[in-house]
Design a protein around this ligand. Structure first.
Ligand code: ZN
Ligand code: ZN
Length: 839
């Protein structure tokens, strides 16, 4: 049978393409499968999305990769909605749902058929130097080479024209092979033979018989038996050997040969073996809830039973036990035989939270996040797809988790206000929080957005009845909110009671707690040692070669680093412009805070263990978990960190949080800077005093005690902050009153970038539209990773254009004209709907 099929390709082109396919299955079985197709001179992997009609000049599908649809019907609808909303192609949205390492790569191999004579080669060198160079590489190697390798050797970009010419001349032969991505890896798992397990009489006989004659076999058998009894699962062969320190496998083999144990090849290692050093050890679903927690759970429970789409905003202050409500909600969903998805901002930074779910739900959980290897991610993906995982915990991209159709019953988005839910690049530039609600609506299920400091958008939606509001206003376990104390750093500076970054008050508070062995967390949101280096004689500041930002000093490594592109150079001992040797190092980073504090405490005769937690110290895998474990065992006295310490840390012995510089983000040129400051400070403050027996204290150093974000943090009043901020957003027409869309032009040629931005701005109509156009303007970071930037900002009025449909239509039309008439190859244009930042 011949079918005509629409295929979505991962290209920035807003359309699908028709291909022909000869096959013997029903065409509906092909929808959602991935297929390899020719596109121009390339071979690309696309997704079959619809049946179609024949069109002129269409090509054949090379191969359908999947034997079962990769995307379910509801995921096809979901990704289509995403592409419509964010103005990307359907193929790009679908690609976001295919984990890295799971796309088969089509690889071209090039083989030399005949050697070319030297004089012929010399002539070719003059006429077609690239072709000749290619031929020389092939002749200097034995055996076929890949196209990618040839391109790398020649360093001149694509070689497909040269290969075509040589193939036509009969000199070479090219073949395409498909190199598969990850494959399932099988593990040997050992079980007690089921016949023996269910027959107690037999079991006793076996144990007795082995004990007398074969002590090694007996110890293997009892180990497997006990493990299975404890976990309900088998034990991995490798682990069994390791735990019993077996030199040889023969006792295991003999037991297997005698039908006493069973060794099975399985895809998954029982999860209960995977987690070591768990930071949580009890099943929390049996804990008592407060009245407010019970109420929140009851509302979610009821909605789960109704089986309609419904979105809740769960606003619970820090330490109020939102996690316990999530756990109970998941239990309710599982009882209805539904699967659950839990999104967290950055999973590798929140091992405590994840461990709590594992302690309760065990190996029903699959995990998806960016720090996994391709193989690990693939295995967890398969576990979900095969129905072996009932709960998925993951970061942003887990929004695409491949639950089977109709299985998903509950989506929870923890810390819904976090900016890491927004994907900045590549397309689709989606917000996983917002599209969790969309997925919930498409699947007719319950979505819960949880936060101690809800985003302006979500609270606005709750106030206007779009979301159902649930509030937990007191802490669980009888704990109370910490006492907050403001320290006006300006007064200390005047009085001379400032020791580097530490006021005398802050220092005394630290010393008291060090002596009492209570935990201390210090927050400073800038890593490195100093913000930059500066020569006071000539004013020279070392800047990044690729970005228009100053380089941050990392004193321990003696380097200046760009925090945007990673560029690094040696720090200055003397000025590289005028030779001056008196170099300033203004602006304090976590390294300097740590160094100052060590000195200050040493001079007062105190010896303490301080650990730093920021991107620089956390690059090693497992380091984060190691530090948290050590901190929980009180092996570390003081933890200093960037916003990493604001996220999800829950240590009952922490009685003090010190905020070194609360003003860090206040005056960023961004309409969200007040909101971010309030959220961050409140979250950090919430790490203190989380158990009933220890009163927490938060000391906050600022030079702007009158700022609304600082005031709201000090009063602990979300309402105060929300109402103030809402008014200023309304006055300036910012979200939630408007929809912010940015059009960014970028490229290596500043003039071309400038010109393209001007053209696009002119193509957009200005009169009688429900939006304003700002710019084009030069953004705060004018050059990033060697690309010059210009930005146009559109502010869509949500009153006049609630869905943004008018704005999108106008924008699509303008971009189409730009693409057809004005587009330059060197200029990249990206559109960001609901852009998060304007920096
Ligand atoms: Zn100088
Ligand atoms: Zn840079």
């Amino acid at each position: 049978m011949i079918s005509y099929l629409s295929i979505a390709l991962p290209l920035p082109v807003q359309k699908v393409f028709t291909y022909r396919y000869e096959h013997d299955v029903h065409p509906s079985c092909l929808i959602g499968c991935r297929a390899l197709v020719p596109f121009g001179k390339r071979i690309v992997t696309g997704v079959i999305v619809e049946s179609s009609q024949p069109v002129q000049g269409m090509k054949d599908i090379i191969e359908v990769i999947d034997d079962k649809p990769f995307f379910t019907e509801s995921m096809l609808r979901f990704t289509k909605r995403m592409s419509d909303y964010y103005l990307c192609s359907w193929g790009e949205a679908l690609k976001a749902g295919i984990p890295r390492g799971m796309t088969p790569q089509s690889v071209m191999h090039v083989e030399l058929l005949t050697r070319v004579e030297q004089n012929e080669l010399n002539i070719m060198k003059k006429r077609a130097p690239k072709r000749a160079a290619l031929l020389e590489i092939l002749m200097n190697h034995s055996g076929p080479l890949t196209e990618v390798y040839l391109e790398k050797m020649l360093k001149t970009g694509t070689v497909s024209d040269q290969l075509d010419a040589l193939e036509n001349a009969g000199v070479i032969k090219t073949t395409r092979n498909l190199e598969q991505g990850s494959k399932p890896r099988l593990h040997s798992i050992v079980y007690v033979h089921p016949d023996i397990l269910k027959d107690e009489q037999k079991l006793r006989e076996v144990l007795h018989g082995l004990d007398e004659k074969y002590p090694k076999q007996a110890s293997v058998f009892s180990h497997v038996y006990l493990c299975q009894k404890r976990t309900g699962n088998g034990i991995a062969l490798s682990k069994l050997k390791e735990e019993l320190q077996l030199q040889s496998q023969s006792p295991i083999n003999t037991l297997a040969a005698n039908g006493i144990i069973l060794i099975q090849k399985e895809e998954f290692i029982p999860e209960s073996e995977v987690i070591k050093d768990s930071l949580a050890k009890r099943d929390e679903s049996l804990l008592n809830m407060t009245l407010e927690q019970k109420h929140a759970h009851a509302m979610i429970h009821e909605a789960l039973h109704e089986q309609h789409a419904k979105t809740f905003l769960l606003h619970g202050i820090t330490g109020s036990g939102k996690t316990l409500v999530y756990i109970q909600a998941i239990r309710s969903a599982l009882a209805l035989d539904k699967d659950c998805l839990l999104l967290v901002p950055e999973i590798s930074l929140t091992p405590q939270l994840v461990d709590r779910f594992f302690a309760t739900f065990g190996d029903q959980i699959a995990v998806l996040h960016s720090k996994m290897t391709n193989q690990e991610r693939y295995e967890h993906w398969r576990k979900i797809r095969n129905g072996n995982a009932r709960i998925v915990i993951g970061a942003r991209s887990a929004l695409f988790a491949p639950f089977r159709d109709g299985r998903l019953g509950l989506i929870i988005v923890d810390e819904e206000h976090e900016s890491s839910y927004k994907q900045e690049a590549p397309a689709p530039r989606y917000n996983a929080r917002d599209f969790a609600v969309v997925r919930g609506n498409i699947e007719h299920i319950v979505t819960v957005l949880g936060s101690a400091t809800p985003s302006m958008e979500s609270m606005f939606n709750a106030q206007h009845g779009k979301y159902h509001y649930l509030h937990i206003s007191s802490r669980a376990d009888g704990a109370t909110l910490p006492e907050l104390q403001l320290i006006d750093i300006r007064e200390h500076r005047k009085a001379g009671t400032l020791h580097g970054s530490f006021s005398e008050e802050m220092l005394q508070a630290i010393i008291q707690r060090v002596i009492k062995k209570e935990g201390i967390i210090l927050f400073h949101n800038r890593r490195g040692f100093a913000r930059f280096q500066e020569c006071p004689d000539c004013g020279h500041i070392p800047m990044c070669k690729n970005c228009s930002v100053s380089l941050t000093l990392h004193k321990h490594s003696g380097m200046l680093r760009c925090h945007y592109c990673g560029y690094a150079e040696r720090s200055m001992h003397s000025c590289s412009v005028c030779g001056g040797t008196d170099i300033n190092e203004p602006g304090i980073g976590t390294q300097k805070v740590e160094e100052e504090l060590q000195e200050l405490l040493k001079s007062r005769g105190l010896k303490v263990v301080i650990e730093r937690m920021d991107l620089d110290t956390m690059s090693k895998k497992g380091e984060h978990r190691r530090i948290l474990t050590a901190f929980s065992k009180k092996e570390i006295d003081i933890m200093i960190g960037t916003q990493m310490v604001a996220k999800g840390l829950d240590f009952p012995h922490v009685s003090m949080v010190g905020i070194i510089d609360a003003d860090h983000q206040l005056f960023m040129p961004d309409f969200r800077s007040s909101e971010r400051t309030f959220q961050l400070l409140t979250q950090v403050a919430g790490r203190a005093g989380r158990s009933g027996h220890l009163q927490g204290k938060v000391l906050l150093q600022t030079s702007h005690p009158e700022h609304q974000s600082i005031l709201a943090t000090m009063t602990g009043s979300y309402e105060l902050f929300y109402n103030d901020e809402l008014q200023s957003r309304k006055d300036a027409l910012y979200p939630p009153y408007s929809r912010i869309v940015t059009i960014e032009c970028s490229g290596p040629d500043e003039y071309a970038v400038h010109e393209s931005a001007a053209v696009i701005a002119q193509l957009l109509p200005t009169k009688g539209q429900p939006f304003f156009i700002l710019g084009p303007s030069i953004p705060f970071i004018a050059k990033l990773k060697s690309q010059y930037r210009r930005v146009i900002v559109l502010k869509g009025n949500k009153n006049e254009d609630p869905s943004g449909e008018i704005l999108r239509t106008v924008l699509k039309k303008a971009m189409h004209i730009y693409a057809v008439q004005h587009a330059k190859k060197s200029v990249k244009v990206t559109i960001d709907i609901d852009a998060y930042g304007l920096v």
